[in-house]
Design a protein around this ligand. Structure first.
Ligand code: FAD
Ligand code: EPU
Length: 339
């Protein structure tokens, strides 16, 4: 368990904003956790920092998840139970599972960050969410000082949400997840753009590797690479509104992309709403909105977290004023604010 004092955090998040932490602690094993205390008001757990905006310094401790490893733990014939530890790179788990002949994670290829953060917001992409393959989560309960387990049903998963992100925010350190992966591949091609991408390569009946490669190509084309341009992916969630509200919005904005979320709600494209308000490619100093994808806020070099947050507020307020739709941030903002 390595610790450091007054450390610079610029390289710890994909936004690459300057901030300092009073203390940083690397957690290498579950035993380290028993030796630590967590103060939710000031402390923070960090994985790859790809869904976090540091809007100021962290006065408390930043805990880094360094508990790595992944393995098949139970062969169930048609499926295999896989254990992945929280400090493992998510995409390395996806690639390993494909090499092992296991499918289920291919649509979630190339999502940045670590395994331990995946249940936080129930990561999702190209028509698949983590909750569909997850069996259980193991976490350290800072409050009770003991290890606990949650079945998928107990995790409170929803679109970009879970109990870990909402009602139990700051209570658990996720140490391991268990996934149920399939030996027999069933393609999940509900997402139009994914089918089109495979079509461009003349692939009619893809295998899991081909789906993974198509997802990787799409993502590389559509999203700015955080190693070249600081960002945290989608800064806002796609808003979900009632069917009636969606209907009245579509009457005003004929081309507004919308998708049924469940029986009573409709998901709207936040990127489209932001683009309509004229923000795509906008830049204020080094804080900006990507010119590739309007839902992605970017750091052109030396923007501060506070500048990016101020821009996010202006984007949110203008969308609200023009359309009546309130955007909620997907990225987590620290130190915690009203947003
Ligand atoms: P961090 O950013 O370090 O942390 C995120 C949150 O989880 C914080 O609140 C943190 O405190 C908490 N946390 C982290 N680890 C733990 C742990 N072990 N225990 C408890 N709490 C923890 N997300 C998607 O869902 N789909 C996408 O398609 C997608 N595309 C992206 C594309 C780009 C270019 C980028 C930069 C981001 C994208 N994201 C996407 C967002 C991000 O990659 C995911 O949310 C990812 O799971 C975050 O992992 P991380 O390790 O970087 O978490
Ligand atoms: N669009 C615009 N302008 C843009 C970009 C997109 O109008 O600049 C419109 C297009 O009409 C497009 C629609 O928005 O059809 C949807 O765009 P896209 O397919 O890129 O998906 P998204 O809704 O913007 C979501 C996730 C991504 C995930 C992709 C693929 C959220 C908040 N974002 O983006 O996740 O990778 O779908 O499944 O749900 C993330 O969470 O960080 C993230 C990148």
């Amino acid at each position: 368990m390595k610790t450091g004092e007054n450390l610079a955090l610029k390289s710890f998040t994909t936004f690459g904003v300057a901030a300092r932490a009073a203390r940083v602690v690397e957690i290498d094993s579950p035993a380290d956790l028993a030796r630590c205390r967590f103060e939710p008001a000031t402390d923070l757990v960090l994985g790859g920092g790809s869904n976090v905006l540091l809007a100021g310094d962290i006065d408390g401790t930043v805990f880094l998840n360094r508990i790595r490893g992944m393995r098949a733990v139970e062969d169930r014939g048609e499926s295999v139970l896989v254990e992945a530890r929280g400090g493992q790179l998510w995409h390395s788990l996806v690639l390993w599972s494909l090499r092992e002949g296991l499918s289920g994670l291919e649509n979630l290829s190339l999502i940045p960050g670590l395994v331990g953060a995946a249940p936080m917001q129930n990561i999702g992409a190209y028509g698949v969410e983590l909750s569909e393959v997850l069996e259980r989560v193991e976490a350290w309960d800072w409050q009770q000082g003991r290890m606990v387990e949650f079945s998928t049903a107990e995790c409170g998963f929803a679109y970009r949400d879970s109990r870990f992100k909402s009602r139990d925010a700051g209570r658990f350190f996720i140490t391991r997840i268990f996934l149920r992966l399939a030996r027999h591949f069933t393609p999940r091609l509900d997402y139009d753009e994914l089918r089109e991408e495979l079509g461009r390569s003349n692939i009619a009946a893809p295998d899991a590797h081909q789906v993974s490669r198509a997802v990787i190509m799409l993502r590389r084309r559509k999203l700015p690479d955080p190693t070249l341009l600081g960002n945290a992916g989608s800064f806002f969630k796609n808003p979900q509104v009632s069917a009636a509200e969606a209907e009245s919005l579509r009457a005003r904005f004929r081309d507004l992309p919308s998708f049924p979320a469940n029986a009573s709600t409709v998901k709207l494209s936040a990127a489209w709403l932001i683009e309509q308000c004229g923000w795509k490619g906008h830049r204020e100093g080094d804080a900006g909105v990507s010119d590739r994808h309007a839902l992605v806020l970017v750091n052109h070099g030396n923007a501060s977290g506070a500048e990016i947050l101020a821009l996010a507020h202006r984007v949110r307020d203008s969308v609200l004023e023009r359309t009546g739709v309130r955007l909620e941030p997907e990225a987590r903002i620290y130190p915690e604010t009203r947003t």
